[in-house]
Design a protein around this ligand. Structure first.
Ligand code: COA
Ligand code: MG
Length: 304
């Protein structure tokens, strides 16, 4: 499937509890590309109803700059989900860009949210379409990830949620961030599966949280692993993780310059009827130029 590449930057997706006015103000003023105001796990059941109102006020009154404004709702199996969607969309209207759905297991979970959004957008006469992101964090979600990735035109990104996923698979919690007894990286398979499904559907793959927020070196290693594999961003659960996430998912200026030089040399070669040329001792052809297209797209989005 050849869909246009994403138009949103998602190098860092900051999680902010929707119950905290103070943290939402900090999130709005932060350097994150994308902020999601959480109504799910960061909010206690007793505070969920009130948090919806706080989230709407934050969306309507804070200056979010160029950030993508997202709300994470509760999953479709809960009693909170439909009220989350209705109250937040009716309250924030065009001040909301994306809804994040946690614990997605089947395409029908998205279809429920999509149908509700279709109705709300008609009723409210919204001028823009609200996008979706989904969390792959249940074993059923990982099994069905290829169908999920292609099941809705609103879907913009898949996120691998390691915390819930590790519980769903029954992983040993003491070993999930590096085990001396497990030969390899426990996250290799789920990460690969999510990024392949996302790329095949023409949407973004986002790497989930790293809970040990005082461990800056550990975060850097995990963010880099994801970036090498094709993830275009990573969650930040604390402001200190925003800058490392942005850095891990920003191409080096030298690599951008090189990619642009290759693209220009290749365009010139084509004018001369040549399909492959040498540039600085390396081959440049349609395949090598294609391999640089991700860097160029990202650089254009960032404005490098
Ligand atoms: N978004 C915005 N601001 C945040 C923040 C976040 N995710 N996490 C911390 N801050 C703020 C704090 O309020 C504090 O502000 P201050 O300096 O004005 O007092 C500052 O950043 C430093 O925070 P710190 O004291 O180091 O951490 P903390 O003990 O206040 O908070 C957590 C630690 C883990 C409770 C907090 O980071 C958090 O709630 N993270 C998000 C959790 C979440 O959303 N989970 C669901 C998705 S996994
Ligand atoms: Mg979760």
């Amino acid at each position: 499937m050849h869909l246009p590449p994403s138009k949103r930057l998602r190098r860092s997706e900051l999680a902010v509890p929707g119950s905290s006015e103070k943290m939402m103000a900090k999130g709005a003023a932060s350097a994150a590309d994308f902020v999601f105001l959480d109504l799910e796990d960061a909010v206690a059941p007793s505070a969920k109803a009130e948090a919806r109102g706080k989230v709407v006020t934050a969306l309507n009154t804070l200056d979010w700059g160029k950030k993508t404004r997202c709300v994470r709702i509760n999953d479709v199996e809960t009693e909170y989900c439909y009220n989350d969607i209705i109250e937040v969309v009716e309250g924030a209207r065009e001040n909301l860009d994306v809804i994040m759905i946690p614990k997605v297991r089947h395409p029908r979970d998205l279809h429920f949210v999509e149908t509700l959004l279709n109705q709300l957008e008609l009723k409210l006469k919204l001028k823009k379409r609200i996008g979706l992101e989904v969390l792959i964090e249940e074993v059923e979600g990982l099994i069905n990830v290829e169908q999920i990735a292609r099941c809705s035109p609103r879907l913009e990104a898949l996120i691998l949620g390691m915390g819930d996923y590790s519980a769903s698979q029954g992983m040993d919690q003491k070993e999930i961030w590096g085990s001396k007894d497990y030969p390899g990286d426990l996250w290799h398979y789920p990460r690969y599966k999510v990024v392949i499904a996302a790329r095949a559907a023409g949407i973004d793959a986002i790497d989930g949280p790293f809970a040990d927020f005082r461990n800056a070196a550990g975060y850097e290693i995990e963010a880099r692993r994801g970036a090498i594999m094709g993830f275009v961003g990573k969650w930040a659960i604390h402001p200190s993780q925003i800058e490392p996430a942005n850095k891990a998912h920003t191409p080096l200026q030298a690599d951008v310059d090189k990619a642009r030089a290759m693209a220009a040399a290749y365009a010139k070669a084509l004018e001369q009827g040549l399909g492959s040329i040498a540039l600085d001792g390396s081959l440049v052809d349609v395949a090598t130029v294609r391999a640089q297209s991700g860097i160029l797209h990202r650089a254009d989005l960032i404005g490098m």
